[in-house]
Design a protein around this ligand. Structure first.
Ligand SMILES: Nc1ncnc2c1ncn2[C@@H]1O[C@H](COP(=O)(O)OP(=O)(O)O)[C@@H](O)[C@H]1O
Ligand SMILES: [Mg+2]
Length: 372
């Protein structure tokens, strides 16, 4: 996949600009505040209908404006072009179209324009709460498995309904409709089993790629990733295991006013030399694991979708030594379209980026006319 051009209207600091990109390495150069990250956000917003920094479209609209527009021309590995447009007219109205065909759900675009982003926000992936890792894996698996995404959406709807009943009971003493709860839990057990099976299957594949990628960066330490199911799955029908776990936890759920068991509480944990990375890892160790996760993400997407993803690399070299930086850059430069931000070009060269040849395009973010 590659993105050939981008138009932004009223998107953050940009009033109206169009820019063209090169097939391989695109360097977004400029001082802090020049607008480099915004370009990455725009590309991500087109591919996934939302930014990696915020879910609030109001933050993305240029100060004083309500709404913004983005347009991107993507080209797949067969050379077929796809024009993606995203138009936010008001806080609750977002229109997305591909080749002038309006989309009716996010699912229609997820996985069509694969990107791998590595930005400062991603450090949360290893430092942050279990929810962040769940979201990451949900996004990853949704791209290769539309049925998984559909099941997540069904599960979320059931969960919301169940929690509303529990809260009405706990907070306001509204009697619990046990028949309704039982029906919801039957439906929930059915999708929970499908979600569990998809996670188990895809994550064993992802793990292989992760260990391989980590081994290329680091040979001293050993990395393990565990998928820890919130309900212990023993032999037998997964659906009935979930069903009885849901029944068993109902009394506790009524006390707490929330749903305590189910795949919405599954955990994905990284261990470095058998120790929980989140608790014990150093900054540098976290960063290497993060880079390995991102490499594995790229290979996973490429294997499944048969389409090389675009890499969005923001502030890549922070916490990374020159040796590792060189390995990363060499493995991507010339084979994938990459966007890499830099305040200092000499720093890029120092970290192994080739700054000459026809694979390179330098975009001076500071010189892009915010209104031209
Ligand atoms: N909604 C907005 N409207 C106008 N300007 C914005 C908006 N959001 C951010 N900015 C401005 O954009 C600049 C940051 O752009 P950014 O892409 O993060 O720069 P860089 O990555 O080059 O440091 C800041 O000057 C910020 O004030
Ligand atoms: Mg930035």
């Amino acid at each position: 996949m590659l993105i050939k051009s981008l138009t932004m209207i009223d998107f953050r600091k940009y009033e109206q600009v169009t820019m063209e990109f090169g097939q391989y390495t695109n360097i977004l150069h400029g001082e802090n505040g020049a607008g480099k990250t915004t370009i990455l956000e725009a590309i991500h917003s087109l591919a996934y209908t939302r930014s990696f920094k915020t879910r609030l479209d109001a933050d993305l609209s240029r100060h004083g404006r309500v709404g913004y527009q983005l347009k991107g021309l993507f080209s797949d590995h067969q050379g077929d072009e796809h024009e993606v447009r995203l138009k936010v007219e008001s806080p609750r109205k977002k229109l997305v179209s591909v080749n002038n065909k309006s989309l009716t759900s996010r699912a229609q675009i997820i996985g069509k324009f694969p990107l791998v982003s590595l930005t400062p926000e991603d450090s949360e992936l290893t430092f942050g709460s279990p929810e962040i890792r769940r979201l990451f894996f949900n996004k990853l698996l949704s791209q290769v498995d539309p049925v998984y995404l559909e099941n997540l959406q069904i599960y979320a709807r059931i969960l919301k309904q169940r929690n509303a009943l529990l809260q009405a009971y706990t907070n306001n003493g509204v009697a619990i409709d046990r028949v309704l709860i039982a029906t919801l839990d039957d439906q929930r057990a059915e999708v929970a089993a499908l979600i569990h099976e998809a996670r188990s299957k895809h994550l064993s594949e992802f793990k292989k790629l992760l260990y391989e990628a980590y081994g290329e960066l680091e040979t001293e330490n050993s990395l393990k990733m565990a998928f820890i199911s919130n309900v212990r799955i023993t032999a037998g029908s997964i659906e009935s295991i979930y069903r009885s776990a849901f029944q068993d936890s109902l009394a506790e759920d009524m006390r707490k006013g929330l749903t305590s068991r189910g795949p919405h509480r599954d955990m994905f944990t990284f261990f470095l030399n058998t120790k929980d990375l989140r608790k014990f890892g150093s900054q540098g160790e976290h960063k290497l694991v993060l880079v390995a996760i991102k490499f594995a993400e790229g290979r996973f997407l490429e294997n499944f979708l048969e389409e090389p993803p675009v890499f969005l690399l923001d502030d890549l070299f922070a916490e990374l030594d020159v040796k590792r930086s060189k390995m990363i850059v060499e493995s991507l430069q010339g084979s994938h379209q990459i966007f890499i931000t830099a305040t200092d070009l000499a720093d890029l060269r120092h970290h192994g980026l080739k700054l000459e040849g026809d694979t390179l395009q330098i975009i001076d973010a500071g010189k892009i006319q915010a209104n031209g």
